[in-house]
Design a protein. Structure first.
Lengths: 416, 513
């Protein structure tokens, strides 16, 4: 019966399709090893992210979990009509998390969380074929959140708290496909904004239906990061009144979309735990990436994105092998929010299959080491970005993309 | 427990090696095909167009965007080829120095006034020219394009000898990279044993004449090119035999090649930008001028017809009339009967100066062509005299107009050259690029690309650089694509084209005097 359910879910997933954008789902090694499930799993302090309501069900008074992942990601681009190809520099990103919870009394647990759910680092070779769209981008956002979880009964709890976001962005692209100075150096602009603050919140609930079956729901609000007065640095601009580009300030906003997670976990034979999460990321808030330059002479840059809401289906399995070792595997299917014709190479993501695995070593009663890895498999995709214009003409940027990502991660769990 | 670590390590290694790989990667052998041709050593022969000359100069970025270099980069996608070497200039300013003295101008750039108004080509002065002709480069070079070369120059011994520059029998661009002072361009090309070649020569055999406004001669039946002046049209038979010899020598060892024919000069903006009705007049001035030419129109011309000195048809063509609005320029047409002496005699008895003005006078027609370089001369006055306006009261000299008769000679020669070229392409199974048709297409409607349409419109059309004759990188990219089309068709090859929209057009700069 359970097997049927499992297969059924897989089948559904195949029928529906395949999170993407600049969402980075690496918010806990134990959860990641299980396909980044966790909205209905009571395991360690990773609950601070996945479902703060569940913190009240942790056995210990003090719980800490922290870790980081190393993202090895490559994207290749090619266009067979012109025989051109490019590959991104394998920049290594290091998303991290740190969570702590403290049980104040029987019904109240407080917590603190820091994590990096959004970010992107893509570096194409300078002046590559798509340089008029992006040469490189580095987007970082650190979420810091205060949490409270309240136990309503042994079956039901609620939780949540306010989020403070500190973000930065650095983005470089060429001004168009051909403009250069007298020496042939391509004209380009770098926009840079750092320490941009924004606020949001999350709220969650957990319901323990039976000893073995839990349900969870978590909602994290949309946060629009507004960069005001960032620096726009124009380089290699011809000395001509026909190209009135000079260094100035810019305003721009970038949404960190809301995310809803629902899921369940089921424990069987005391050793096995199965978890399923469904995430909906409300990407449709990301309509356009617009740069508003302070200098009125410089035309504002409008770059339609038109993302759509996207779903992610996550499956995880945990096995308590013995006193010291816990093994985990998982799989998820991550649907890209990018619509056909809006495939911009700054976030070149299509639907992804995520394969995960990992283990925990319980070094002592209090201390565990958590390891996880994620391999993302993307289908090769023929796509284009059709909203770049030159002299009033729309010029699509077309090609074939293939992405891979391998992400090992290490964390610790401490409980007192 | 150690065992678990081991498993994880092995699993991790296996996955790390999973770089993204395309099903059909374009950067690996087999993605494209050289067909029956071998592109291992591609040598390009020709003139300024082959060198990547643009904006009235040769400079580094222009050389990088020469059609042979664009082509070579694409050929390289089909098989391993030797590096395509180029006799690079020293800078992007473009002028040549001989013994420290500048002998050719810097490149032209598009300069503009306040707020981008009145853009116009100006000589770039943002940096000094540093390319010294006497610094001979160590070759060999795959791009053997020599700016200024005519067909017969490629076989001239001493064309690369610095000593011959004084007598103008050498070419400073070839001096820079000739393997020895008396080596010919052809010898240096053949010594490389090219497996594939391209040849685009003959343009200057007509262009020198055309750009000079037809001041030279059509050397029809003169079989000795060493007696030709720089502005003469090469005899088609001379062209034919020289061209044929070059092709024979090249095909002897090469697996294939591309011949490119000669465009009609009337399709380049150098001749089509300045309108022949360039003179704006108000009604009053037009009236005064008509008054001045009244006796000429109504008495002199009919009198000459009556005397049988000129035909009625010629008299009609020689009428001078002005009106309010745009007026056709006046010019001296050497194909007209010289009436200088006749009008000084009775019954006209004109003074020698007036007679001189009238000697071969006519007004331009829409089919005459005025060189771009004469644009600044029209409407200027002689010695500041407001009654002596060039192109109005003072007829333009021969060098300022390529008349119908002169165009006809250019066209005749061009057609004959092109017959030779297509005949040789056919006989030798070579790819042929019809540059003549291509430039006509640019002039008449343009060639579409992903960002619009490239046209022959001066400065803004995208195809022609600021000298109005040579192409922009985008124009050269179109040439390269045409070559690729023909190579693919002729040699059953699959060479990928380039994306024309990614090649630049004219360069903007206000670093001018």
């Amino acid at each position: 019966m359970k097997k049927l359910l499992f297969l059924g879910l897989f089948g559904l997933m195949a029928a529906v399709t395949y999170a993407g954008g600049y969402r980075v789902s690496l918010q806990g090694q134990r959860s990641l090893a299980m396909g980044h499930t966790g909205v209905a799993v009571v395991n360690n302090a990773e609950l601070a992210f996945f479902n703060p309501a569940g913190l009240v069900y942790l056995e210990n008074k003090i719980n800490v979990a922290a870790g980081a992942s190393a993202v090895f990601s490559n994207v290749k681009y090619q266009n067979s009509e012109f025989g051109i190809s490019s590959e991104t520099e394998s920049a290594v990103g290091t998303p991290f998390y740190a969570y702590g919870s403290y049980r104040v009394n029987d019904w109240l647990t407080l917590g603190l969380a820091a994590y990096t759910p959004y970010g992107s680092s893509v570096e194409w070779p300078t002046d590559w074929a798509g340089s008029h769209l992006v040469n490189n981008i580095d987007l970082q956002a650190i979420y810091i959140q205060a949490l409270a979880a309240v136990k309503i009964s042994d079956k039901l709890s609620v939780g949540g708290g306010p989020i403070y976001v500190n973000g930065s962005v650095n983005f470089n692209r060429n001004l168009n496909r051909t403009l250069s100075d007298i020496e042939g150096n391509r004209s380009n602009v770098t926009v840079d904004a750092s320490s941009v603050s924004a606020f949001g919140w999350s709220a969650s609930a957990m319901y323990n239906a039976t000893e073995d079956l839990r349900f969870g729901i978590n909602y994290r609000s949309e946060i629009i990061v507004e960069a005001e007065g960032g620096d726009a640095d124009f380089e290699n601009i011809p000395n001509s009144p026909l190209t009135p580009f000079q260094d100035t300030q810019f305003n721009a906003s970038l949404p960190m979309p809301a995310e809803l997670s629902v899921g369940l976990s089921y424990e069987l034979l005391d050793k096995w735990l199965f978890a399923f999460d469904y995430n909906m990321t409300y990407w449709n808030v990301y309509e356009s990436l617009d740069l508003d330059f302070a200098n009125a002479q410089i035309p504002d840059s409008e770059n339609p994105r038109n993302y759509k809401n996207s779903s992610t289906y996550r499956f995880g399995l945990q096995y308590l092998a013995n006193e010291t070792v816990t093994l985990r595997v998982g799989y998820y299917f991550d649907e890209s929010p990018v619509q056909s014709g809006y495939f911009a190479p700054e976030t070149p993501r299509n639907d992804a299959h995520g394969f995960t695995g990992g283990l925990s070593l319980h070094v002592s009663d209090r201390f565990s080491i958590d390891a996880a890895f994620l391999y993302n498999r993307y289908e090769e995709v023929d796509e284009s970005y059709n909203y770049y214009t030159e002299n009033g003409e729309t010029v699509p940027f077309e090609g074939t993309y293939k992405t891979s990502a391998f992400i090992p991660g290490l964390g610790v769990t401490y409980k007192l | 427990m150690k065992q678990y670590f081991k498993y994880i390590a092995i699993l991790s290694l296996g996955i790390v090696s999973c770089e993204p790989e395309f099903d059909n990667p374009v950067d690996e052998p087999g993605a494209y095909s050289n067909g029956e041709a071998d592109f291992t050593r591609y040598v390009a022969l020709g003139n300024s167009l082959t060198a990547g000359y643009a904006d009235n100069a040769l400079y580094i970025t222009g050389q990088e965007n020469s059609y042979p270099n664009i082509l070579a980069q694409q050929l390289d996608k089909t098989q391993d080829i030797e590096e395509f070497t180029i006799p690079f200039m020293s800078d992007n300013a473009g002028g040549l120095l001989l013994g420290g003295n500048q002998i050719t101008n810097n490149r032209l750039v598009l300069a503009a006034g306040e707020g981008g108004s009145d853009p116009s080509p100006q000589v770039y002065t943002g940096m000094q020219a540093t390319t010294e002709v006497g610094n001979v480069l160590q070759g060999p070079f795959n791009n053997m394009g020599v700016p200024g070369a005519k067909s017969y120059h490629l076989g001239f011994s001493g064309y690369g000898n610095v000593q011959n520059l004084a007598t103008q029998s050498a070419n400073p661009y070839f001096v820079r990279f000739a393997s020895s002072p008396n080596a010919t361009v052809m010898e240096d090309a053949l010594a490389q044993n090219p497996t594939f070649f391209s040849l685009w020569i003959g343009n200057n055999d007509v262009l020198g004449y055309a750009t000079s406004g037809g001041t030279g001669e059509f050397q029809l039946n003169n079989l000795d090119p060493s007696t030709y002046g720089p502005n003469d049209i090469t005899d088609p038979n001379v062209f034919g035999s020289i061209y044929s010899e070059m092709v024979q020598a090249l095909v002897a060892n090469a697996t294939g090649g591309v011949l490119i024919n000669i465009p009609d000069v009337a399709s380049v903006p150098f001749f089509t930008t300045v309108p022949t009705n360039a003179i704006p007049l108000d009604a009053q001035t037009a009236g005064v001028l008509n008054q001045q030419f009244s006796a000429y129109n109504t008495q002199v011309l009919p009198g000459l017809v009556q005397a049988g000195f000129i035909t009625a048809e010629e008299a009609q063509a020689r009428q001078i009339n002005f009106a309010e609005g745009q007026n056709y320029v006046t010019l001296q047409d050497e194909s007209l009967t010289n009436i200088n002496q006749a009008v000084q005699g009775p019954p006209f008895n004109l003074d020698p100066q007036t007679a001189g003005l009238l000697s071969q006078l006519r007004q331009a027609t829409p089919t005459d062509l005025i060189p771009l370089t004469s644009a600044g001369f029209l409407g200027t006055t002689v010695g500041g005299n407001p009654n002596m306006i060039n192109g109005v009261s003072v007829p333009l000299g021969d060098q300022h107009v390529l008349t119908n008769a002169e165009q006809e000679m250019v066209r005749t020669a061009t057609e004959k050259y092109n017959q030779v070229i297509s005949g040789l392409a056919q006989v030798n199974d070579l790819a042929l690029v019809d540059a003549n048709a291509m430039l006509r297409q640019l002039a008449e409607g343009g060639i579409a690309y992903d960002g619009g349409t490239v046209t022959a419109q001066f400065a803004t059309g995208g195809a022609f650089s600021l000298d109005g004759i040579h192409l922009t990188p985008r124009g050269y990219a179109i040439v390269a694509n045409r070559m690729i089309e023909e190579i693919n068709a002729t040699y059953n090859a699959e060479v990928p084209k380039v994306n024309v929209g990614t090649y630049s057009t004219v360069t903007l700069s206000n670093d001018v005097q």
